[in-house]
Design a protein around this ligand. Structure first.
Ligand code: NAD
Length: 490
């Protein structure tokens, strides 16, 4: 089994599978560095077996099922996650170190909801139809059939492991595809656990497969290169997306990418300050800043700059670092010591480049049992030029830079001066300004007076180097299905 003996396995054709070559890597808890489990890394043999199982399953009972039956099965999967809520919660928090209070309200419920939402969307989608004239006067009709793409590779990151993986597996299965999932090497457990839920729900073997391992030169790359994979959906770093797109070019496979961000917030002097502070606190520090949609650049209108900065500092300093299971904990560690090195290198660069450190900037003193964890201080800077690497590059940590502005146009120009375009937040009580500014921000989503408020029916994705394509609601169908036109002469 995946969990019982502290071993995390691959899940292929409905069965848990060890590494044939005996390749096993360690999964450590970022809170204290303790060993959680040993993970069986998939090699070429396991990747081939998983893709073959997915391909075979396309023509089995899964392929014969009508959409209502498939949707009912996916509801059972969602209920299966809910039934094992505590197990998923414990596994997710052990792998990521995130506060249970957060995962209990976001990660696990959304992991279940992703199956229900897309099952319901797919049940209710019609097909297009055109009637046309023909020279002989009899006419013809055209109608489109929506068919699954086939075997879909799902490659997911570590920051919201269950949530982001099911966000792709849900619609892929709802549309009738089969999947091979490669979760992040940092967070293998909840994806493996989902295999048991699939079996218990009665999802046919081979429809959902999991291969464990790393990206380059490992299971991830083997999966993206596999020519029986028909489409690749990926969430992760822009640089990884570049490598995956190259692999997808061989065989002309479709890609859907949700990539990095360097998201701005624009805070106008006419905002409701309490709401803006509360929202910016969450958008900067939630999940220890490891949210693709999180804010790392804050632009504040000059008259309220000092007050806003002082209040955000007070908020940051009130965060409670601690273990996931302690209810008072509001800030966990970063995902790994390796990621901490990256974040701390930006903390150093900020100092070197002359930033004013409003708060934080280093490693917090922790009790002895937590010193092996990947802890960093929540950090706020001001005073850096917009050309600084700290202001331009995605850090993915609990930190932000605050810059004053004088005019609306100046704020919009600074917000848009980035290679990324994932998300933005605008804080203002002026409704006209809200619409005017939101329309000019070059990002996939712009929140006004809120953050992370998500209706799963809406289009989600990134502009510029933050992604390709949109997923969510009916938009997911564009990637997970192929349209076939039938033209019938009357
Ligand atoms: P990552 O790119 O390092 O890894 C993501 C996944 O891709 C992992 O499973 C990894 O093993 C795999 N991978 C990496 N290189 C690969 C390759 N060449 N071939 C095949 N697979 C490969 O990203 P991460 O560090 O896990 O996650 C953090 C990043 O994800 C941040 O940049 C963040 O902004 C982004 N992200 C984006 C969204 C979004 O919706 N746009 C959501 C969450 C995270």
């Amino acid at each position: 089994m995946s969990m019982s003996s502290n071993e995390v396995l691959n899940f292929i054709g409905g069965a848990y599978v060890k590494s044939a070559e005996g390749n096993v890597f360690e999964n450590r808890n970022p809170v204290d560095g303790a060993l959680i489990s040993r993970v069986h890394e998939a090699g070429q043999a396991e990747v081939d077996a998983a893709v073959a199982a997915a391909k075979t399953a396309l023509t089995g009972p899964w392929g014969q099922m009508d959409v209502a039956e498939r949707a009912a099965l996916l509801h059972k999967v969602a209920d299966g996650i809910s039934a094992r809520f505590d197990e998923f919660l414990a596994a997710e928090c052990a792998d990521t170190g995130k506060p249970m209070s957060l995962a209990r309200h976001i990660d696990i419920p959304r992991g279940a909801a992703n199956f229900k939402v897309f099952a319901d969307v797919v049940k209710n989608v019609g097909a297009e139809f055109f009637s046309m004239a023909t020279p002989d006067g009899t006419g013809a009709i055209n109608y489109a059939l929506r068919v699954p793409k086939g075997v879909v590779a799902v490659i997911s990151p570590w920051n919201l492991p269950l949530l982001l993986m099911t966000w792709k597996v849900g619609p892929a299965l709802a549309c009738g595809n089969t999947v091979v999932v490669k979760p992040s090497e940092e967070t293998p457990t909840t994806t493996a656990l989902l295999g048991q839920v699939m079996n218990d729900a009665g999802v046919p073997p081979g429809v959902f497969n999991v291969i464990q391992g790393f990206g380059p030169d490992s299971a991830g790359e083997m999966l993206t290169r596999h020519q029986d994979v028909d489409a690749i959906t990926f969430t992760g770093e822009t640089t990884s997306g570049t490598a995956i797109m190259k692999a997808a070019a061989n065989g002309i496979r479709d890609v859907s990418f949700e990539l990095g961000g360097k998201n701005p917030a624009i805070v106008f002097a006419d905002c409701d300050m309490d709401i803006a502070i509360e929202g910016t606190m969450r958008s900067v520090f939630a999940n220890c800043g490891q949210v693709c949609l999180g804010t790392e650049r804050v632009y504040v209108e000059r008259p309220i700059f000092d007050e806003f900065t002082a209040r955000l500092k007070a908020g940051a300093e009130a965060l409670q670092l601690g273990r996931p299971e302690e209810e008072a904990t509001t800030l966990g560690p970063l995902i790994s010591l390796e990621h901490r090195d990256k974040v701390l290198s930006y903390y150093e660069s900020a100092k070197d480049q002359g930033a004013t450190i409003i708060t934080g900037g280093g490693v917090p003193p922790m009790s002895e049992d937590l010193t092996g964890g990947a802890w960093v201080q929540p950090t706020i800077w001001t005073g850096l030029p917009e050309t600084s690497s700290v202001v331009r590059e995605e850090i993915f940590g609990p930190c932000c830079h605050i810059q004053p502005f004088d005019t609306e146009d100046e704020a919009i120009a600074m917000a848009n001066d980035t290679d990324y375009g994932l998300a933005a937040a605008v804080w203002t009580e002026n409704a006209s300004r809200a619409h005017r500014v939101a329309a000019q921000i070059e990002s996939g989503i712009c929140w006004v007076n809120c953050w992370f408020l998500r209706d799963l029916r809406t289009p989600f994705g990134g502009a510029k180097q933050s992604g390709i394509g949109r997923e969510g609601g009916v938009h997911s169908l564009e990637f997970y299905t192929e349209l076939r036109n039938v033209c019938l002469k009357l």
